[in-house]
Design a protein around this ligand. Structure first.
Ligand code: AMP
Length: 553
């Protein structure tokens, strides 16, 4: 076990014993689980993308070789590596290669910049930075910059980069030795990795000014994925298409790990229709996860031939419009829903829930040992059944604490260890079964096409501009992305324009998806009767404004 010096809150021992006794948690690391699947299904396809395809044997061998290469570069067990990757097959190879070398991937986004990466890589004490070399923003040069004055970062790794680019290309680690030597090296490394130790650092959707890191452990994280696969009745014939970011909790749990826990095939695409649609037509997925930013795809005529061969379309991120649901049904696939979070809890409708439950709810938790409560916000009292309240949860794959945040952990959980999600839900009874309906949230964030923006984080950044006296960032409705960020501002002197505001955030190195897309200047921001910023009022105001504008368009 790595010595985390109190920064990782372990699952209570009695629960771990129970999860093992009931066959939920296994005794293997994620790397060993992948190897076991590969040994069962060596010739089945494991990963398919426009740029390449791998059987399980190939995936297992190549990732052994990547691991051996990483070990030879001097990476030590437990070293953290920050990931900024896009959806390509090498991402999957790099992912398992890191895990096989006993390293801990830190799941940041390719869209993150100095503001985010600087803080997260320091908090995680990352020694490696693995970037995509093929994005329009030069992530390789960015990785070089990030090493300046960094206390721990010393290795740059790349995928998809030019041979003469800085850093070590993951692709150059293939074939570095015989398969047998690489396997032996991986086996030796894995024998020192505890299945109850940290496997991966995920990032929280976040509501505070600092990024929150979620430690995910080997046994619980793999179980999370296995339970997800079971909930959708997946097996080795499943061909699951994943178009939203792979290095994200949903990409890992519902994409890579879930499909690889059953011996199925992961079809890796991107959210660009010109790339993804031909891939989907050619590769015949059986199942697909559709994130909110591409919900509308499901009703496009180009998607119809894909949908006609699909078993299941899993919608996630927001309520599903009935017309979309019907479009999927009329093509012969079963539409369903998913609710998930980096912190753990995962709820799905599965394929067999009543139609009304699949249409209007996110179903039920995927594990028999998941426990959920709906609480009166700010209390530990449960609301009456059917009433809306804050979702709180506890279970075999939900965190017991954020990394190194004892102060926040003290308020993020109830006294008996239920994680307060900040989401508002109600339990609906449909055809005699209980199903969870998402009704909103009390946490202060903006969900921009699945990427979460912490309002507080952006407000603090805005206040660093000398022209801004007060700031409130709220979600404004958006047809395509669901929500975008709108900033209500009070000027110190004269209002600044959006261009100046963006320049300011760019200088601070803030990821673009967090930049407010609309400014509303006021002489003062509204307060509640107790003197707090009245964000509810501002949200309602911008909602009404945007709706009125849409009507007059
Ligand atoms: P993340 O950890 O980035 O996956 O974000 C998790 C959060 O996304 C949840 O706490 C919810 O606020 C939101 N979310 C996830 N799934 C859904 C869904 N099906 N409907 C509405 N919100 C969702």
């Amino acid at each position: 076990m790595i010595d985390w010096a109190g920064r990782v809150v372990p699952f209570p021992a009695e629960l771990v014993t129970r999860y093992r006794a009931e066959g939920l948690w296994g005794d293997n690391t994620i790397a060993t689980e992948l190897h076991r699947t590969a040994s069962r299904f060596p010739d089945r396809e494991a990963v398919v993308a426009s740029a390449g395809r791998y059987t399980y044997r190939e995936l297992d061998e190549r990732t052994d070789q990547v691991a051996l290469g990483l070990i030879r570069l001097g990476f030590e067990p437990g070293n953290r590596v920050v990931l900024q990757l896009t959806n390509r097959p090498e991402t999957v190879l790099a992912w398992y290669g890191l895990l096989k070398a006993g390293l801990i991937p830190v799941c940041t986004l390719a869209a993150h910049r100095a503001h985010e990466i600087g803080a997260i890589s320091r908090l995680a004490e990352a020694v490696g930075h693995l970037v995509d070399g093929g994005t329009s923003f030069d992530l390789v040069s960015f990785a070089v910059e990030q090493q300046h004055d960094h206390p721990t970062l010393r290795h740059i790794l790349t995928v998809g980069a030019d041979p003469d680019a800085k850093g070590v290309r993951i692709e150059d680690l293939y074939d570095v030795d015989t398969a047998a030597a690489a396997r032996a090296a991986v086996r030796a490394r894995q024998s020192h990795v505890d299945p109850d130790d940290v496997a991966v650092f995920q990032l929280s959707g976040g509501t505070t000014g600092v990024p929150k890191v979620i430690p995910r452990l080997h046994a619980e994280y793999w179980y999370n994925a296995r339970a997800f696969a079971e909930a959708w009745e997946w097996d080795e014939t499943t061909r699951d298409a994943h178009l939203i970011p792979l290095v994200h909790n949903a990409g890992v749990v519902c994409g890579m790990h879930a499909v690889h826990s059953v011996g199925g095939c992961l079809i890796v695409g991107t959210a660009a229709p010109s790339e993804a649609l031909p891939l989907l037509v050619a590769e015949h997925p059986t199942d697909i996860l559709i994130g909110h930013s591409h919900y509308t795809w499901a009703s496009q005529p180009e998607f119809r031939p894909v949908a006609e061969r699909l078993r299941t379309v899993i919608f996630s991120g927001a309520k599903v419009p009935p017309a979309l649901f019907e479009a999927v049904e009329s093509a012969g696939a079963v539409p369903g829903q998913l609710f998930g979070m980096g912190e753990g809890l995962c709820m799905v409708t599965g394929r067999s829930a009543p139609r009304q439950a699949r249409l209007s709810t996110v179903g039920a938790p995927i594990s028999p040992l998941d426990e959920i409560r709906v609480l009166e916000p700010g209390t530990e009292d449960e609301v009456a059944k059917g009433e809306v309240g804050e979702l709180a949860c506890r279970g075999p794959y939900t965190l017991h604490g954020y990394y190194d945040l004892p102060g926040h952990n003290a308020v993020a959980f109830t006294s008996d260890g239920f994680y307060r999600t900040g989401d508002l839900v109600a339990i609906r009874t449909i055809e005699g079964g209980c199903h969870v309906s998402v009704e909103g949230r009390i946490k202060d964030l903006i969900n921009r096409g699945g990427e979460k923006i912490s309002a507080e984080e952006v407000e603090l950044l805005l206040l660093q501009h000398p022209g801004i006296q007060s700031a409130a960032v709220v979600a404004m409705p958006d047809e395509r992305l669901g929500e975008r960020a709108c900033a209500y501002l009070v000027a110190t002197d004269q209002p600044i324009d959006l261009v100046e505001l963006r320049r300011h955030l760019d200088i601070l190195g803030v990821a673009k998806f967090k930049w407010p897309e609309r400014l509303e200047w006021r002489t003062a921001l509204p307060l509640t009767p107790v003197g707090k910023l009245d964000k509810k009022r501002l949200s309602a105001e911008i909602g009404a404004l945007v709706t009125a504008e849409q009507r007059t368009r």
